[in-house]
Design a protein around this ligand. Structure first.
Ligand SMILES: Nc1ncnc2c1ncn2[C@@H]1O[C@H](COP(=O)(O)OP(=O)(O)OP(=O)(O)O)[C@@H](O)[C@H]1O
Ligand SMILES: [Mg+2]
Length: 357
């Protein structure tokens, strides 16, 4: 992210499974932005009241310490937007009867004005950045309002230094597409598992700052065991550090430390998998079990094979399939193929449940 001189016209959405590092990525952007004196508003979508109400609260809070004079017009527009989105039921009834302007359009204008006034004094606000985590849980009205506001800004005020960075589960693009008919306002980026190099860097660099080295065999082993899953990398870093006796400067973390760490990492991952498993319906479990066994010998699983193993029509699978994608437990690989992407989860399921074939 460069210094923001103008509007970032597209709403950036990073998406991926649970534990892949979405929140960490947004927090890292936020740190960079704050170092550059940007005003950062953080929203975890899905709370009651809706996305726009959360943005209002965020801006209200972030500007609460501003002197009276500076805050005056921001407050005015905060209040205006609050009124606009405050009675969605009433507004949408009247919007329906008159056809236009729809409530989101009115809200979008008010939100646009709020963004403009918040950034009006460049000496006070170098840039305004909205961070939206768990964006798949945002209300459709809120997404629409935000998208329209950004549309307007892009068309009419592209010199305003503002941006939106969002992150969500793999169904986020679909949820957003359901909410807004035009999708060119959004830029999507899938988050993948980490490469070996990225895992090595994630393990080595924080230790190096404390003058603790990692043996190269230890790094290789940890990267192999974590298999690119950021959450597992995090666990290995922590557990190997403990296994090495919380080393002093000048010490080295060894492959043996990593092997010792494996027991506790496996336990933590199993707890995580158990919680995810517990959070599924019997129907979803049957589906997951079939995928887990079918993917034992290949990377992804064909829809027709799944239907055969489960003895149902391939079409009847689509609702359970999309629920599991929404939960971040399976990933679509295109052409109806799916996979359980989080390393270790498929193996966990195979230990739990017999092969249905
Ligand atoms: N690039 C990375 N390198 C190493 N570890 C990482 C990286 N990104 C995230 N992690 C670690 O992985 C774990 C999960 O990260 P994070 O909470 O950001 O994931 P998430 O995608 O937001 O998960 P959720 O969907 O559950 O909210 C954390 O312990 C974090 O420290
Ligand atoms: Mg998160």
């Amino acid at each position: 992210m460069v210094d923001l001189q103008r509007l970032i016209g597209r709403i950036h959405v990073a998406f991926g499974e649970r534990g892949i590092g979405k929140t960490s990525l947004l927090r890292a952007y936020q740190r960079l932005a704050e170092e550059r004196d940007a005003l950062c508003i953080w929203v975890t979508a899905g709370e009651s009241g809706g996305l726009v109400a959360q943005i209002i609260d965020g801006i209200r809070e972030a500007t609460s310490s501003w002197p009276q004079e500076a805050a005056k017009s921001v407050r005015k527009h905060l209040d205006e937007l609050t009124v606009t989105v405050g009675f969605p039921g009433v507004a949408s009834v009247s919007a329906k009867s008159t056809q236009n302007p729809p409530v989101e359009a009115v809200g979008a204008r008010a939100l646009e004005k709020l963004i403009r006034t918040t950034t009006a004094d460049r000496k006070r606000v170098k840039a305004l950045i909205l961070f939206i985590d768990e964006v798949q849980s945002a209300d459709a009205d809120g997404i629409r309002t935000l998208a329209y506001a950004w549309q307007h800004l892009q068309a009419e005020a592209s010199d305003i230094p503002a941006a939106v960075y969002a992150a969500g589960l793999p169904n986020a693009p679909e949820q957003i597409a359901d909410a807004v008919t035009f999708s060119e306002r959004f830029a999507y980026r899938p988050l993948e598992m980490l490469t070996v190099g990225a895992q090595v860097a994630a393990l080595r660099e924080p230790a190096a700052e404390l003058d603790v080295a990692w043996e190269s065999e230890a790094l290789e082993l940890a990267a192999e065991l974590a298999a690119g899953y950021p959450y597992a990398v995090q666990l290995y870093g922590d557990a190997a550090w403990v296994a090495a006796g919380r080393p002093d400067a000048g010490s080295t973390i060894t492959a043996r430390n990593v092997k010792t760490a494996q027991t506790s990492v496996d336990r933590d991952l199993r707890n995580l998998f158990a919680a995810r498993w517990a959070n599924t319906t019997p129907n979803q479990r049957r589906f997951l079990t079939a995928v887990a066994w079918l993917q034992e010998k290949s990377d992804s699983v064909d829809r027709a094979d799944l239907a055969e193993v489960l003895d149902v029509s391939s079409r009847s699978l689509s609702s359970v399939r999309s629920r599991l994608i929404a939960k971040g437990l399976i990933r679509s690989e295109g052409h109806g193929r799916v996979t359980i992407p989080v390393p270790g989860f498929a193996g966990y399921i195979r230990e739990l449940e017999d092969d249905p074939r």
